[in-house]
Write a protein of this length. Structure first.
Length: 112
């Protein structure tokens, strides 16, 4: 697998898409992220991150059915791809390896 370049915000977006599964669309992803990060997010920043993730092949999009609630528009849903899961696993592995290399004294200090 080639080198994974995944920023912290993109990682959170990708994790949210995976966690929301079949219900991952702009509004639900934004609400999930805001709940996890405990701050308001720009919908523009979210869609920019989703576009980057799609360009990297880590999310796919699909269009839902027309609903009255949407004013006749269709929702665009996001699905994490196998490559997206692999990217998350690579990042998790790298973080775990670095964390495991920290001296025990430092880890105890961080836990307190």
């Amino acid at each position: 697998m080639k080198k994974v370049v995944l920023g912290a915000f993109e990682e959170m977006v990708l994790l949210s898409v995976g966690a929301l599964a079949e219900n991952a669309y702009g509004v639900t992803i934004k609400k999930e992220l805001e709940a996890q990060l405990k701050k308001n997010l720009s919908i523009g920043a979210l869609y920019a991150a989703l576009q980057r993730l799609e360009e990297k092949g880590w999310v796919d999009t699909r269009v839902g059915g027309i609903t009255e609630k949407q004013g006749g528009r269709r929702k665009q849903y996001y699905d994490i791809t196998r490559a997206g899961v692999e990217a998350l696993n690579a990042v998790r592995s790298m973080r775990n390896e670095l964390f495991d290399r920290m001296p025990e004294a430092k880890i105890k200090w961080l836990d307190s």
